[in-house]
Design a protein around this ligand. Structure first.
Ligand code: 5GP
Ligand code: ZN
Length: 130
């Protein structure tokens, strides 16, 4: 399969690996938003959040937590954004499930949390549909 993340897992493409076990692989993002920006991925090829199996998702989550602990100690990260994009409309660019772990530092200038939207969303209406 022509998937760059599968190629990273099997070593065809080199990467800065920060963690690996039987189900999970984690490596530094090539175009980092912040120091330590990491991608945590399942070793099995799943496309997105609709596709990934629960076991792999759980293990990706636990690996993300453990890396956050490590980065808080070793990099002095003061906070983290965990981010996952599923689907082209959500700006997923690589169609092998991946969790972004973005360490945050004082005055890093990153604005992932802006609540700007071009739509007015009535929260109560959304709630009633759930
Ligand atoms: P997405 O936009 O799909 O959520 O994120 C894809 C991420 O993969 C981007 O942050 C991009 O920098 C990263 N990326 C793409 N190709 C490579 C690569 O070959 N090596 C590494 N380490 N990261 C990559
Ligand atoms: Zn893949």
């Amino acid at each position: 399969m022509d998937c760059i993340f599968c190629k990273i897992i099997n070593g065809e493409i080199s990467s800065y690996k920060v963690f690996e076990d039987d189900l999970v692989f984690a490596f530094l993002d090539i175009n980092p938003l912040s120091k330590g920006h990491t991608l945590i991925i399942p070793k099995k090829h799943f496309v997105d959040i609709l596709d990934i199996d629960n076991k792999s998702l759980e293990r990706v989550a636990v690996a993300s937590k453990n890396l956050a602990i490590r980065y808080s100690k070793k990099l002095g990260a003061e906070g983290f954004n965990l981010r996952q994009s599923s689907g082209a409309i959500a700006h997923q660019d690589v169609f092998h499930f991946h969790m972004h772990l973005v360490p945050r530092y004082k005055n890093d200038g990153i604005d992932l949390n802006s609540h700007h939207t071009n739509q007015f969303i009535e929260v109560e209406e959304v709630f009633e549909q759930l």
